[in-house]
Write a protein that binds this ligand. Structure first.
Ligand code: NAD
Length: 497
């Protein structure tokens, strides 16, 4: 009806005022140096904000604020049920601000507005609420010791958690850290990606409105080698919750070893395999599923199933379905509510992705869909959904994380080869097995070296299960009650009775 006209996201974008200052001690502040960096939108190139360029001095100020909040107990010593009420209010405020948050996310990193709203904001609100709901239902333990004493095993908040997050799901990655870290009573200093700093700042504003005391959640935007390094090296930070590339994750361990041996929780890259066996009854469904999961978020997902391993006997038919399916994800204007693929985060990412596409061609893979920069109205970093057939395991596109909409098809002859191929990278984030032979499905799922294995599906939208990787995809797990372990210390207390 005329009254339910769709929102005009372009008009809203023009009307939006964006504050790029840092959040320290419950207030907006400029960087101590007064420095800023310009954040441009990949959607249309426009300058969104001058963002505070935090450095060591700003990080130190935020850590001191976080420490004093932790020590005075204004959050850390509240009853869990009291923290719960505030987290639930925060979640409600996030939902109430959904249009603004979604718009900021889309303008900042280029994803389609319908997913920013329906996936990113929704998952962020749900994550905060879930940890709020959980935290007054978690009990500690008494050990079954044989002596005349009670041994209590309790979990205590660590103190100050540094969170360093990437740009591909800025809000969700922030929420996966904030939910468990704050619910358990810690204070947080967050360093969002310089490529997408805006929604974290808005989340901090809403947190204070919800009643999270000043100093408990601080956001210092800035560059990795400045604010990020200062946070990871800080002597008064107890743990780093990091999500990002394997390369930077390696540095996190180095920073910890050079400073105070803070705990480092790394959630890193992936090159997830999607295995299709000839005993699956609906290979076309498998093809549609892998295309949907691969091209979602412009292929900028750590768990993108970027390698399809297909049994040679069904590979030609499978590829024929993919060839029909992939072009449906053609990029469009991210602010148009019907767009399914948006812009890559920036021109640098465009060059990286185009470089991988060139390498695939140069190494002899056949590019059968896409392979080009997309022609959209605004120019900008848009890439066609791309499909390579005839990929072999030694090729760069089969081994390295591309972080763009590029899907590679490899063929296998038998189950052992499929498993060896799947496990044949440095990563181990996720995998998917498509088979209707129950024994095979279990056997292969067990043999795969990955933190999550999907059987006959590829969904990843449930906060109740752990998320994380084997090997160089990281350690620790985000989501679920297991994430509470990352931000708490285990204490044993002996009581003579
Ligand atoms: P990145 O490693 O370049 O940056 C991540 C964060 O680290 C940013 O905030 C950045 O500023 C900071 N950083 C960069 N260099 C630093 C340094 N020298 N010292 C301190 N901090 C530094 O990663 P990205 O490009 O932002 O994100 C993409 C990567 O994240 C991909 O590899 C993707 O697979 C991974 N990722 C993993 C998960 C997961 O849960 N496993 C989820 C999302 C993304």
């Amino acid at each position: 009806t005329p009254h339910s006209a769709k929102p005009d996201w372009h008009a809203r974008a023009r009307a939006l005022t964006i504050d790029g200052r840092a959040w320290i001690d419950g207030q907006r502040v400029d960087a101590a140096s007064g420095a800023t960096f310009d954040k441009h939108s990949p959607v249309d190139g426009r300058r969104l904000a001058a963002v505070a360029r935090g450095e060591a001095e700003d990080v130190d100020r935020a850590v001191r604020s976080a420490r004093s909040a932790f020590e005075d107990g204004r959050w850390s010593r509240k009853a869990p049920a009291a923290r719960k009420r505030i987290l639930l209010r925060w979640s409600e405020l996030i939902t109430a601000a959904r249009d603004e948050l979604a718009l900021l996310e889309t303008l900042d990193m280029g994803k389609p507005i319908q997913y920013a709203l329906g996936v990113d904001v929704a998952a962020t609100a749900r994550t905060i609420a879930w940890y709020g709901e959980a935290i007054d239902k978690v009990y500690d333990e008494i050990a079954p010791t044989g002596s005349n004493a009670l041994a209590l095993i309790t979990r205590e908040a660590m103190g100050v958690i540094g969170c360093i997050v990437p740009w591909n799901y800025p809000m969700i990655m922030a929420a996966w850290k904030l939910g468990p870290a704050l619910a358990t009573g810690n204070s947080v200093v967050m360093k969002p990606s310089e490529r997408s700093p805006l929604t974290a700042l808005k989340l901090a504003e809403l947190a204070v409105q919800a009643g999270i005391p000043p100093g408990v959640f601080n956001v210092v935007p800035g560059y990795g080698h400045e604010a990020g390094e200062a946070l990871a090296l800080h002597m008064d930070v107890d743990a780093i919750g990091f999500t990002g590339s394997t390369r930077t994750g390696r540095r996190m361990l180095d920073y910890a070893s050079r400073s105070n041996l803070k705990r480092v929780w790394n959630e890193l890259g992936g090159k997830s395999a999607f295995l299709v066996f000839p005993d699956h009854q609906d290979p076309a469904l498998a093809a549609r599923t892998v295309a949907g999961a691969m091209y979602f978020n412009q292929g900028e997902s750590c768990n993108a199933p970027s390698r399809v391993l297909v049994h040679a006997s069904i590979a030609d038919d499978f590829v024929a379905v993919l060839r029909e399916e992939a072009p449906k994800y053609r990029p469009g204007d991210p602010l148009d509510a019907s767009t399914v693929m948006g812009a890559l985060v920036d021109e640098a990412q465009l060059r990286t992705v185009m470089g991988y596409i060139e390498s695939g061609r140069a190494e002899g893979a056949r590019c059968i869909v896409g392979g080009e920069q997309a022609r959209t109205g605004s120019g900008g970093p848009y890439v066609e959904p791309t499909l390579f057939d005839g990929v072999t395991p030694q090729m760069k596109i089969a081994r390295e994380e591309i972080f763009g909409p590029v899907l590679s098809v490899l063929r296998f002859q038998d189950e052992a080869e499929a498993v060896a191929l799947a496990n044949g990278t440095d990563y181990g984030l996720q995998a998917s097995v498509w088979s209707h032979d129950i024994n095979r499905a279990h056997r292969v799922a067990r043999a795969l070296r990955a933190g999550t294995v999907h059987v006959n599906q590829y969904d990843e939208d449930d906060i109740t299960v752990p998320f994380g990787g084997y090997r160089q995809s990281g350690n620790g797990r985000d989501k679920s009650l297991h994430a509470l372990e990352k931000y708490t210390e285990l204490k044993t207390t002996w009581l003579r009775i």
